[in-house]
Design a protein around this ligand. Structure first.
Ligand code: BGC
Length: 750
C-alpha cells in the first residue's frame, strides 16, 4: 500500500522542488544529442512481434510481452527507454514472461468504458483508474494507453464500448477521473483518440468533415474538460483527418488548442502508424510517432537538413519526451510484479454493479424474491459471458465469471442438463463460425456462437423446474470494424427464443428477466414489452457474472444511468445519414485501406448533424426514443425538492434535496440540464451542464446535493465570429432524473 503514496510524492518533488534542475539537465542532454539521436527518440521503438516493425532497436516483447510500444534507449547519453501499454479496460499485457513456463502475470479486466460512464460516479471511476495504474506500475508500464474518450456519434461505431458517452461533459469528467486514478501511481495516462475518431471503417484514411462549432462544442469539448480537470502527461492523436488534414499534423488542434488554450503540457503521440508526414507531425506538436518506422526517422533527419522542419521544433518534442522519461516509474523503481489481483477483483466486481442500468422492472420482478431457488438460464451469452470488447481494449485476464457461475456463486441452482446443452452448442458454433470467417476478421474479433434454437419441450422442462427465467443477449465488437446493422437488431433466433420463453413462463405466472451483455446500443423498442425486467449489464469485466448476480439478488441496488440514448430505429439517429452503415461488411479490407477513392462515409464523412448528437438531436426534435439519455431505474424511488440556485461571480451553484421515498437504500444520479433563451445561434433544447451521484441514501432519509458550473459553460461557439458567445436572457435550469424526466425547474438570468 505504501507505494500508493510514495510515487506521487516523489514526482511532486521532482516537479516542484527540482523542476529547473531537471530542465537544465534536459537542456544539457539535448545539447549533446546528434540529429540522428533526436530523430530516434521521437520515433517509437516498436514491438517487432506485434507490429511487424522494421526498426529492431529493442526487443520489447522479451521485456514485456504484447507491450504496445516504447522509446529508444540512447546508451551513449544514458537515456533509458520507457514502455507504453494498452489499454482502457485494464493493462493489456500477455501473462507469460521470458524464461517462465507458466502464465502467471495476469491483468485484471475491468468493465468497459461505457459501463464506467454509466456509473456517473467520478470517485468510483478514479478508484478503477487507480487500480489500473497500480497494475501498470507493478508490471513495469510507464504509459497506460487509455482512457478512450471519443464521442458516441453513432451506435454502430465498433469501438464505442471503449468510449464513454454521447455527451462531452459526462465523457470529459469520466475521463479526468480515470486519468487522475492512473496517474496517482506515477504512471502516465494517455487519453485517446484526439479527436473526431468516430468510426472504424477506413479509420486511417477517413476525413471527418465537421463544422467548427461541432468540433468546439462536441468533439473537442470532452478533451477540453478532461485536460482542465486532470493533468494527463501524454495524449494520443487520432488516425482520421479533420477537414482534410490528419489530426496529428494539425498545429491548430495539437498546439494552439490543446496546449496553448487548454494548458496541456505533456507529450502528444500519434496513434499506431497514424499520419503520413512526420515533419508536419513534429511541427504540429505531435511529439512522438508510434510504433515507429525507419522511413519516419529518415524523413525527420532529411527534413531538418533540407530546412522543411526547424530543428528547434524537433528539440521541443525531444525535451518533452525526455521529461516524460525522467519522471517515469521506470527511472524511479523496478517493477514489483505484485499486481494486487485479489484486491482489484473486488474493485471490478463492485464498480461493474454500479454501472449496470435497470431498464425495465414491471411489478418488482427484480430483485429476485427470497424464495427464488431454481433459475432457467437461456441464451449463449449466459454461459459464454462477454467481459469486454476486442482489439487493444481487450485484456489478458486470468478468468471470466460467467452468468452461470455468478448465479451459482450466489446460491442459485441452474439446471445441469441445460448448461451441458449450451456448452456443446457453443463449442460447435464457434468452431464453425471461425472456419467461415475471413482470416483477418477471425484474428481480430472474438467469434461468437449463433443463438441456440430451443424446442418447446426443452423450454417446458425448464418451466416446470425453475422459479424464474433469465435470457441473456450478447454482443461483441472491437477495433477495425464498425458493427453491421444486423448487430443492432435482434437475430431471428434471439427473437424466437425470447417469444418462446416469455410465452411459456408467463403462461404459468413465472417471470422472465432479460440481461443485456452488450458493448453498445441495440434495438429494444420492438421486444421490450415481452419480459418483466431488463438489466443492461454492459460488458462488465472479468467478475461480470458475480456483479450481475449481486444486482439480480438485490445485494446491490442498481444505480447506473444510460450515458447515451437508446433510439427506436437506427434510422432515427441524426448521424445515420452519414455513417458507413453496412459499407464494410462484405469487403473487410475496406476497413483497413488507405487509398482515397472518394467513397462517401468511407473516405470522407460529413457530420451534417453538427452539434445535434444523441439527446441533443432526439430531444430538440421531440422524437420518441426507446430509453432516453440519463435513464435508469432503481429498486427504490427518489423525490426531488427544495431546488435553489445561487450566482456568485462566474459560478452558478444549484442545491437540491433528494429523498429516498422507497423501501431500500440506494444512490441517485442527479442531472442538471440548461435550456437556453432564444438567441441568434441555434441551440439544442437542453444540454447537460452538471451532474452528481448521491451517496447511499437510506429509506426515508434525504441528502442535499450541490451542483456547480461556470457561467461560461452555457456559451455556444459562434462560427461567424470565431468565438464563444454567452447569450443573455433567462435560462431554465432543469434538475432531472433523465433528459426526459425533469423533476425541478429553476430560472437563471444572465
Ligand atoms: C489503437 C490505439 C492503441 C494502439 C496501440 C491502435 O490500433 O487505435 O487505441 O492504443 O493501437 O495498441
Amino acid at each position: 500500500m505504501k507505494r500508493f503514496t510514495i510515487i506521487p510524492v516523489l514526482l511532486t518533488l521532482i516537479f516542484s522542488g527540482c523542476k529547473s534542475k531537471l530542465d537544465r539537465q534536459i537542456d544539457d542532454i539535448v545539447s549533446k544529442m546528434t540529429l540522428e539521436e533526436k530523430a530516434l527518440l521521437v520515433v517509437g521503438v516498436g514491438n517487432e512481434s506485434r507490429w511487424h516493425n522494421d526498426v529492431p532497436r529493442l526487443d520489447l516483447n522479451s521485456i514485456l510481452p504484447a507491450v504496445a510500444g516504447g522509446t529508444t534507449p540512447i546508451d551513449r547519453l544514458g537515456i533509458p527507454y520507457i514502455l507504453l501499454s494498452d489499454g482502457p479496460a485494464g493493462v493489456n499485457l500477455e501473462s507469460y514472461r521470458k524464461g517462465y513456463s507458466t502464465r502467471t502475470y495476469y491483468c485484471t479486466q475491468f468493465p468497459i468504458g461505457t459501463l464506467l460512464a454509466s456509473t456517473w460516479n467520478t470517485e468510483l471511476v478514479q478508484t478503477v483508474g487507480s487500480a489500473i495504474g497500480d497494475e501498470a506500475l507493478a508490471y513495469g508500464v510507464d504509459v497506460l494507453l487509455g482512457p478512450g474518450m471519443n464521442i458516441h456519434r453513432h451506435p454502430l461505431n465498433g469501438r464505442n464500448f471503449e468510449y464513454y458517452s454521447e455527451d462531452p461533459l459526462l465523457c470529459g469528467l469520466t475521463a479526468a477521473a480515470y486519468v487522475n486514478g492512473v496517474q496517482s501511481h506515477g504512471v502516465a495516462a494517455c487519453p485517446k483518440h484526439f479527436a473526431a475518431n468516430n468510426q472504424e471503417t477506413n479509420r486511417m484514411g477517413n476525413d471527418a468533415r465537421v463544422s467548427e462549432r461541432a468540433l468546439r462544442e462536441i468533439y473537442y469539448r470532452g478533451f477540453e474538460f478532461m485536460v482542465k480537470e486532470s493533468h494527463p502527461r501524454t495524449l494520443m492523436t487520432s488516425y482520421n483527418k479533420i477537414n482534410g488534414i490528419s489530426v496529428s499534423e494539425r498545429r491548430d488542434a495539437v498546439t494552439d488548442m490543446l496546449r496553448n488554450k487548454w494548458g496541456f503540457d505533456g507529450v502528444v503521440m500519434s496513434d499506431w502508424y497514424g499520419g503520413d508526414h512526420p515533419t508536419a507531425q513534429i511541427h504540429a506538436g505531435n511529439d512522438m510517432l508510434q510504433p515507429g518506422r525507419q522511413w519516419q526517422i529518415d524523413s525527420i533527419i532529411d527534413g531538418v537538413k533540407k530546412g522543411t522542419l526547424a530543428e528547434t521544433d524537433l528539440d521541443i518534442s525531444v525535451r518533452r519526451i525526455l521529461k516524460l522519461i525522467y519522471t517515469s516509474p521506470r527511472t524511479i523503481e523496478h517493477p514489483t510484479n505484485d499486481a494486487h489481483l485479489d484486491e482489484h477483483a473486488n474493485i471490478t466486481r463492485q464498480s461493474a454493479t454500479e454501472g449496470m442500468v435497470l431498464l425495465k422492472n414491471d411489478a418488482n420482478a427484480l430483485p429476485l424474491t427470497s424464495g427464488t431457488k431454481n433459475i432457467a438460464l437461456f441464451g449463449c451469452a449466459s454461459y459464454d459471458f462477454i467481459p469486454g470488447g476486442t482489439g487493444s481494449g481487450d485484456v489478458y485476464r486470468a478468468y471470466t465469471v460467467s452468468m452461470l457461475e455468478g448465479l451459482q456463486n450466489a446460491g442459485y441452482t441452474i439446471d445441469a442438463s441445460m448448461a451441458a446443452l449450451y456448452g456443446a452448442f457453443i463449442q460447435k458454433s464457434v468452431e464453425t463460425n471461425k472456419a467461415a470467417a475471413p482470416g483477418r476478421y477471425a484474428e481480430l474479433t472474438r467469434i461468437r456462437p449463433d443463438e441456440m434454437p430451443l424446442t418447446a419441450q426443452q423450454i417446458n422442462t425448464q418451466v416446470q423446474r425453475a422459479d424464474v427465467a433469465i435470457v441473456t443477449l450478447g454482443r461483441t465488437s472491437g477495433e477495425y470494424y464498425d458493427r453491421p446493422s444486423a448487430d443492432y437488431d435482434l437475430s431471428a433466433a434471439e427473437r424466437t427464443m425470447l417469444q418462446q420463453v416469455c410465452g411459456a413462463f408467463h403462461a404459468v405466472g413465472k417471470k422472465v428477466i432479460v440481461v443485456l451483455n452488450i458493448g453498445g446500443v441495440i434495438e429494444t423498442a420492438s421486444w421490450k414489452d415481452l419480459p418483466d425486467a431488463i438489466l443492461c449489464a454492459w460488458q462488465p469485466g472479468q467478475e461480470g457474472g458475480n456483479s450481475v448476480a449481486d444486482i439480480l439478488s438485490g445485494k446491490a441496488n442498481p444505480s447506473g444511468r444510460l450515458p447515451m440514448t437508446f433510439p427506436i430505429r437506427l434510422s432515427d439517429v441524426g448521424s445515420s445519414a452519414n455513417f458507413p452503415i453496412d459499407q464494410t461488411s462484405e469487403n473487410v479490407s475496406v476497413a483497413l485501406r488507405r487509398t482515397d477513392i472518394g467513397e462517401k462515409n468511407v473516405d470522407y464523412t460529413n457530420y451534417d448533424e453538427g452539434i445535434y448528437v444523441g439527446y441533443r438531436w432526439f430531444d430538440t426534435r421531440s422524437m420518441e426514443v426507446s430509453y432516453p439519455f440519463g435513464y435508469g431505474l432503481s429498486y427504490t424511488t427518489f423525490d426531488y425538492s427544495n431546488a435553489k440556485v445561487k450566482q456568485h461571480k462566474d459560478k452558478i451553484t444549484v442545491t437540491v434535496t433528494i429523498t429516498n421515498s422507497g423501501k431500500v437504500a440506494g444512490k441517485e444520479v442527479v442531472q442538471l440540464y440548461a435550456a437556453a433563451p432564444k438567441s441568434q445561434l441555434d441551440k439544442p433544447l437542453k444540454e447537460l451542464r452538471a451532474y452528481a451521484k448521491t451517496p447511499i441514501i437510506q429509506p426515508g432519509k434525504s441528502e442535499t446535493i450541490t451542483l456547480t458550473f461556470n457561467r461560461n459553460d452555457l456559451s455556444s461557439y459562434d462560427e461567424q465570429q470565431h468565438k464563444w458567445i454567452l447569450a443573455p436572457g433567462t435560462y431554465q435550469l432543469l434538475i432531472a432524473a433523465s433528459s426526459r424526466d425533469i423533476r425541478q425547474t429553476l430560472t437563471l438570468d444572465i
